[in-house]
Design a protein around this ligand. Structure first.
Ligand code: PEP
Length: 234
């Protein structure tokens, strides 16, 4: 049984998100699929889905607060309203585009851990680090665990090499196996792979040793493709 997660990033409207989630929910029920399926829509589309039973809806981001003066952010008061108890933390776009430091990420992690949220925690190296070799890659990744409780019971990890995200370039099976086996030796938590996963390669990737599922951006945004991805990994 694989864990399959879709990250909408800044795509889909409330209307299209609602239709997507309803269709996937019905599909899971009708096909009797036992994969754990998570969907991370935009913050504006988090409402109304607390009744779906076959998949989990999570937040792509939220601030480490219940409420307060943090312009542009949401906190647990807003997440509670929609019964959201799952959050993505450490995604490479938040680290590298939005400039979140490891310290901020760890603070967020600890805040949501204290509240018992399921945390999908992302790690991964940029291209210039990958090019230095596996030792440097692992060293870089281990730095992304500073301040993070890797024994937290509701933790799911996602290895997402930055150079593979949204680029169409998937890591090779050997790349994935090398990083996954090293992380698995240290941390016994579900570990997803993310980075240009698509309908055509998801089965092979999810069959690799040490891969417990996939976190998918681009290839998950069309509902037919997402259903096929789930079907290919059931
Ligand atoms: C992601 O954003 O987590 C991701 C893996 O994106 P993509 O599948 O588009 O590479």
């Amino acid at each position: 049984m694989a864990i399959i997660a879709s990250n909408f990033k800044t795509n889909h409207t409330r209307k299209s998100t609602a239709a997507f989630i309803e269709e996937v929910n019905t599909f899971l029920k009708e096909k009797n699929i036992t994969n754990e399926v998570l969907v991370f829509p935009t913050a504006t589309s988090l409402d109304s889905f607390n009744t779906v039973s076959n998949l989990t809806v999570g937040a792509q981001n939220a601030y480490a607060t219940q409420k307060g003066s943090f312009t542009g952010e949401i906190g647990t008061e807003q997440l509670d309203e929609f019964n959201i108890k799952t959050i993505l933390i450490g995604h490479s776009e938040r680290r590298h585009i939005l400039g979140e430091s490891q310290e901020e990420i760890a603070k967020k992690f600890n805040f949501y851990k204290e509240l018992g949220y399921t945390i999908v925690y992302c790690i991964g190296e940029p291209l210039e680090v990958k090019e230095q070799g596996i030792e440097q890659t692992l060293e870089y990744i281990y730095e992304q665990f500073v301040g993070i409780d890797t024994n937290y019971e509701n933790l799911i990890l996602a290895y997402e090499p930055v150079w593979a995200i949204g680029t169409g370039v998937t890591a090779t099976n050997d790349d994935i196996k090398a990083v996954h086996s090293a992380i698995k030796e240290k941390i016994s938590k579900p570990l997803l792979y993310g980075g240009s996963v698509k309908v055509a390669n998801v089965h092979e990737i999810c069959s690799l040793d040490g891969v417990d599922g996939a976190l998918i951006g681009t290839a998950s945004w069309l509902v037919e493709d997402f259903k096929q991805i789930i079907e290919n990994t059931k």
